[in-house]
Ligand binder design. Structure first.
Ligand code: SF4
Ligand code: SF4
Length: 145
């Protein structure tokens, strides 16, 4: 039986809860330089979708805009879809898998609505490597991390 999150290449665990976009509201997602390059190649200007770096200690952080359902990521449509889904930041693609910086362990974010479901899943080794690589990359690119 197909379950949310089982869809995708190599059966990677991904969010398939189409009725939820909680993590795209009041987002604080940080982008890598590669994320920025990929999204700008779609025709967006960084000043549209990022907060000014003077406000973020130099981090490339997604901007929120107001909407009928509260402050939402610039890229979240009013129908609740990510409008750059195939090119979304790596942190968005991996979420709710995160790295606990205190313990250096991969974990499921407490803020995810379906955290219990995600905690029961088996993660592909490439996802574990990816979240560690992503955090290493962000640390290299941001001295304030
Ligand atoms: S880029 Fe897409 S997935 Fe990431 S927070 Fe914005 S709408 Fe959500
Ligand atoms: S909060 Fe969790 S269940 Fe909801 S869209 Fe984000 S990852 Fe999916």
């Amino acid at each position: 039986m197909e379950r949310p999150g089982d869809i995708g290449k190599e059966n990677l665990v991904r969010c398939g809860f189409r009725d939820c976009h909680q993590c795209c509201l009041e987002t604080e997602m940080i982008l890598t330089q590669d994320d920025l390059t990929r999204i700008e190649a779609l025709g967006y200007d960084r000043s549209e979708f990022l907060l000014p770096t003077e406000e973020t200690e130099g981090f490339l952080q997604l901007r929120n805009v107001s909407s009928p359902f509260g402050d939402k990521c610039y890229f979240l449509s009013e129908e609740g879809e990510c409008t750059i889904y195939n090119d979304r930041p790596r942190g968005c693609a991996l979420y709710p898998l995160i790295l606990n910086l205190d313990t250096n362990e991969e974990m499921i974010d407490e803020d995810c609505r379906e955290r219990e479901w995600f905690r029961e899943q088996t993660y592909h080794q490439s996802q574990i490597i990816s979240i560690n690589e992503l955090v290493s990359r962000l640390m290299l690119e941001n001295s304030n991390y």
